[in-house]
Ligand binder design. Structure first.
Ligand code: DX5
Ligand code: ZN
Length: 215
């Protein structure tokens, strides 16, 4: 069974408490939190103060996806706000190995995200230090975009690399995941599926979250 990480990017921000409680009732494993700075991606969301406020609503781990430039400047703030997993973009930090060590020094799990056009080869030599790799299957910045089909190959290739090297890394896939394509993505090798609009467009959030859990 895949790990389901609903993204609150498509939630009603005026009602985050109720939305998170519904995700919990539906069986969400992680809450995926999309942090955007208007520089690395053309959109702005929220930062540590908001995360800190919503942290005590449930006990579900916070999976924080930083779409911000030079994330090393803010790791400590996100740790203090309550992040359990922090993922930074390979394209956003020059000294990626150092940034990963920084996240791990707080006892958190560390992930690296790859934009659709970024090759897996870019992280070949730091895989040993990672807990998670996030494959972006849309260009980051917005919810509700179309899954980029050629990313299927990337998920499959990364699965093979991880299995061949016997690495203990989870593959997270993020962007354009719906009920219709989730099974295929899991079969290609995803351990964690991030779902935003695929959950929040539903009438019944609890039931829809649970449908993803049952795939
Ligand atoms: C995109 C974000 C995703 C987004 C996914 O930049 O990283 O987490 O919320 O939304 P959907 O599932 O609607 O593509
Ligand atoms: Zn995300």
């Amino acid at each position: 069974m895949a790990i389901v990480a609903p993204s609150i990017l498509s939630a009603d921000f005026g009602n985050l408490k109720e939305e998170i409680l519904n995700l919990e009732k539906g069986g969400a494993d992680y809450i995926h939190i999309d942090v955007m700075d208007g520089v690395f991606v053309p959109n702005i969301t929220f930062g540590p103060p908001v995360i800190k406020k919503i942290k005590n609503i449930s006990k579900i781990p916070f999976d924080v996806h930083l779409m911000i430039d030079k994330p090393e400047r803010y790791i400590e703030d996100f740790v203090k706000a309550g992040a359990d997993i922090i993922t930074v973009h390979e394209e956003a930090t020059i000294h990626l190995h150092r940034t990963i060590q920084q996240i791990k020094s707080y006892g958190l799990k560390a992930g690296v995200a790859l934009n659709p056009s970024t090759p897996i080869e870019n992280i070949k030599y730091i895989l040993d230090y990672l807990d998670m790799v996030l494959i972006m299957t849309v260009n980051p910045g917005f919810g509700g975009q179309q899954f980029i089909k050629s990313m299927e190959r990337k998920i499959f290739d990364l699965r093979n690399i991880i299995d061949n090297r016997n690495l203990n890394i989870l593959i997270e896939v993020d962007g354009g995941i719906k009920l219709e394509n989730a099974k295929k993505i899991i079969n290609l090798g995803a351990d964690i599926i991030v779902v935003g609009s695929g959950i929040f467009e539903a009438e019944d959030i609890v039931e829809r979250t649970n449908e993803f859990k049952r795939i």
